[in-house]
Design a protein around this ligand. Sequence first.
Ligand code: G3I
Length: 371
Amino acid sequence: MKILKNSLLLLSVAVLSSCNVQKEKEAVSLKDSYKNDFYIGTALSADQIEEKNAKEDSLIVKQFNAITAENIMKSMYVHPEKDKYDFALTDKFIAYGKKNKMFIHGHTLIWHSQLAPWMQKIKDSTEMKAFMKEHITTIVSKYKGQVDSWDVVNEALNEDGTLRKSIFLDKLGEKYLVDAFKLAAAADPKVDLYYNDYNNEEPAKRAGNIALIKKIKAGGGKIDGVGIQAHWKLAYPSLEEIEKSILEYSALGIKVAFTELDISVLPNPKDFSGADVNQKFEGDPKMNPYPEKLPDSVQLKLAERYASIFKLFLKHKDKISRVTFWGVHDGQSWLNDWPIKGRTNYPLLFDKNLQPKKAYNSVIQLKETKQ
Ligand code: G3I
């Protein structure tokens, strides 16, 4: 009888302590684990800004302390006609960030993509100059003191580091870049101003990006940081290139942010063909290898990749202002539809059922082991 009693006691102690471990794990969050290092952000869809799903909302509030609007702050949504702005959703986005005491990042002021149709018809330099002044001044002034940082210019570079032939370059020449930063600083002198791009951790584009930042500074523009979007793969880019980028950009006296982090686990059409013929890959099972579930072996690779990246981020935390994931959970990722529509990708830390993945644990565990 006594033995039975003791065993029962031991069993209940074990159950209780495993409950405590579980509770402790549940209490842990990305934002708290990294609170002394850098902001941990996420990109929000329109539905998430409107708090349409209570479970998603509590996950967002628990895990993240910085937000970016995935789409609704882009020109076509916020400035749909020449004389008409639509701030309904952006106002909600700002209110959401304030309510939850989050760092609010504005994405984006000058970008060649997702322009409203009327903007694409701007015909000469006078009209383009007037557009830039009015657009930047109106938006930045409206959210002065509320938005903490802006992507002033997004994706102005080609892969070889030269300037992209955008409508802005076409109408105004390269001066549009420094002008954009000057206009933003004039509208809100205290807000942090970023240049944001993808693949700008790669050598040629990075060199172009560094030259661009120097030109903005030399021209009298205020630039506070560079955004490395970080739409990455399991094996690309190398940690060495990421580290060189952190060091070289911060040597310019600016902050480095990782602004749109996700890691695709799916094959790329380019792995199979040099030509850009995405259409023919749609519906091809070879291109969508995990439609139901990510195999454990790949789950593990993703976890290891995230761990090595965050380890590097921690090594350079003094230079990094923010790490933002491009989405809250796998189900909402743009990578399910790009570069091939209708695939199932697994690029984030939470799965489509909002459950933390191995990758989440690996990022959290880094902070639990001694640095
Ligand atoms: O709003 C329309 C909706 O009315 C329509 O029914 C639906 C049908 O496809 O499309 C909706 O628009 C989509 C929009 O996202 C909002 O969901 C567009 O088709 C779709 O192309 C658009 O994709 C966005 C993409 O930027 C556009 O370039 C992605 O969600 C967004 O994640 C992505 O984000 C960019 C960053 O801004 C800049 N860096 C690269 C990053 C990934 O491409």
